[in-house]
Each structure stands twice: as structure tokens, then as C-alpha cells.
Design a binder for this molecule. Structure first.
Ligand code: CO
Length: 133
């Protein structure tokens, strides 16, 4: 089994502060990590749940893929991050199984991770991110 953990569940939101406050009020959640990833056009807040995260995600510009996703489908579940030991090997395994990669090779993600995204087409409608810590 290549997957070692659900790394994060990513939720696209319009107002990051409001979403953080909601998770704080509803669950007593605290922000474990916050980062602007300029290359992806997003700002994220990671709320730790055991060894996984809820990742609240908001666009930093109108051309961001997350901005387009919100425009098209509204706020909500955006992608699932699966933790793996080796992103390149996991990506190769997915491609061999017929997946359509968005990233042809692993690249830097937030928190110093190495990531690769897989297109929801061919993955039963879920945008998948492979995350190597
Ligand atoms: Co992610």
C-alpha cells in the first residue's frame, strides 16, 4: 500500500478568516500552519486533526485555479491530499494505473513538502494530491 495517511482534506473558501473562525468556534480547532503559496495562487490555513489536516484554502488572485473552482462549483471540498513516502514512485504508480497527472513530476508544496496533483478526470471525480513530507 502506497498511501500512508490522509495528509489533508482541502476545502476552498472565499473568506479564510471567517472559515478559520468557524472551525475554531465549532471544533475548538487551532491553526497549526499558515502559508501563502504564490505559485498556486492560494493562501492556506492548516488545522491539525490527529496526524492529518483540514486545509482551508482561499485564492490570492482571480486567475488562481482555486478561484476558478469556486466560481464554477462554489465553496467546498476541493481536493484530497494523500501522504506517501515517495512522491515520484506514487506518481509513476498512478500513471501506470491510468491516472492523468496535472504535474508531470513532483514539485515543492507548502510546509516544505513535495507534491504532485492528479486530474479528477480518470480518478473518479476527485482531484488528488500526493504529499511527501
Ligand atoms: Co493540498
Amino acid at each position: 500500500m502506497i498511501l500512508t495517511e490522509i495528509d489533508h482534506v482541502a476545502i476552498a473558501v472565499r473568506d479564510l478568516e471567517a472559515a478559520i473562525k468557524y472551525y475554531q468556534d465549532a471544533f475548538g480547532a487551532t491553526v497549526d500552519h499558515r502559508e501563502v503559496v504564490e505559485s498556486d495562487g492560494v493562501e492556506e490555513a492548516l488545522l491539525k486533526v490527529a496526524e492529518s489536516y483540514v486545509q482551508l484554502l482561499t485564492p490570492t488572485n482571480p486567475d488562481s485555479p482555486v478561484a476558478k473552482a469556486i466560481e464554477k462549483r462554489g465553496e467546498g471540498l476541493h481536493h484530497i491530499g494523500y501522504r506517501v513516502n515517495n512522491c515520484a514512485e506514487a506518481l509513476a504508480s498512478m500513471i501506470a494505473a491510468g491516472a492523468t497527472p496535472i504535474d508531470k513530476a513532483p514539485r515543492p508544496g507548502s510546509r516544505g513538502t513535495t507534491v504532485a496533483f492528479i486530474h479528477p478526470k480518470g480518478s473518479f471525480g476527485t482531484l488528488i494530491e500526493l504529499v511527501q513530507e
